[in-house]
Structures are given as structure tokens and as C-alpha cells.
Design a binder for this molecule. Sequence first.
Ligand code: GLU
Length: 224
Amino acid sequence: MSAEKVVGRFAPSPTGPLHFGSLVAAVGSYCLARREGGLWLLRMEDLDPPRVVPGAADEILSSLERLGLHWDGEIVWQSQRSEAYLAAVETLRDKGLVFDCACTRKEIILSAPHPGEEGPIYPGTCRRGLPVGRKPRALRIEVPPEQVSFSDGVFGRVQQVLVDAVGDFILRRADGLFAYQLAVVVDDEAEGVNQVVRGADLLSSTPRQIFLHACLGNRIPEYI
Ligand code: GLU
């Protein structure tokens, strides 16, 4: 039986020109996919309009072309994928995993017992319903107390208890935009990505993404 074809990807955010860290992720993901004769896809993570810098996407694309990093297929633009993100939210809602949250960031900071690596840990305030008289702002997913564990291609065994590290995290923000954590999972699955090579700054996001993949019944990609 032949091994499954590698499907790698590079997923820059067009918030500026291709910087050195992104270039390392691009070259790494490209080489690991291509050495196996695999596909290398390109996704523009223009999910957050206020952070998108006009012209940055074109600049990134021309840098990749100039460097000979040629991608396969059509570029996926996250700004055009809202329907898919909404469908995933509805799937998670049907499973009873999603809840409306009325909390402001300031309220979470005030009520969070300790700060997490990535900001205050959501203390679960709206898990069992909105406080009386409050309106929904964001949409969150309820995380379990169990450990998420995976083997990273560089760092080895990585473990995280989501409820302690981040708490119930946001799927849709108060401004209506879908969260990166959700979008990246929906897109990696939709594109058949099975190998994710990226910056170590995303190592602590990976358990959230593995958890979301599992909730959606997806296959978990390899992470490097
Ligand atoms: N768009 C993210 C960034 O540029 C990368 C996301 C990913 O590779 O999962 O940092």
C-alpha cells in the first residue's frame, strides 16, 4: 500500500511583507512537502480586516514567486470562507459545545484567578447561561478538563489542559469575526492538509486546534 500523499501548506497573514520568521515557515513547509512529492498549498489568512495591510498579500505572493516557492492549486482567502466557518459553528452548537458569552475583556481580567500564557483564562462565567439582563457578545466553546497531548515534529511530546491554559475559548468574536483558531481548523480540514509546519509561536495554539478537529470529527494533521 502506498503512503498517503503529504499535503502541506503555508498560511501567512497579510499584515505586512513576508518577514524572516514567516519565510522560515514557508521554506520549512515547502521542503517537507516537496521532498515527499507532496502538495504545498497557500492560504491567505486575511480573516481580520482591521489588521490586514493593503498591498501586503500581493507583496507576499510576489516574494514567494521570486524565491521559487511555487504553490499548488488556487489560493484560499479566509475573508471568503465565512459560510464554512458558520457551518462548523453550527455543527459544534448541535453537539452542545458552544455557548454565548456576555463578558467583556475587562470583566474576564477582573474575575480570572490567574493570568494564562496568552492572557486571562476564561473563568467559565457564561457557561451555564448569560447573567440576567446581559446580551451575548462572543461565542465560546466549552473545553474539558482532560489533557490534550500530541507529538510535535520538533518539540516532541506536548501536553496542555485547555481549561487551565486558556479556558473556554472564542470561536466568534464580539465584533462578529470568526476566530483564527476556528478558521485554521476548518480550512486545514477542507483543504485536506495533513502536515502543518509553522512557527513555534503557534505551538501553544495547537492543542486548541487538535481539540476542535476532534470535536468536528476530523483527522488530526501532523504538526511540526
Ligand atoms: N497566519 C498565521 C501567521 O501568519 C499562521 C497560521 C498557521 O500557520 O497556522 O502567523
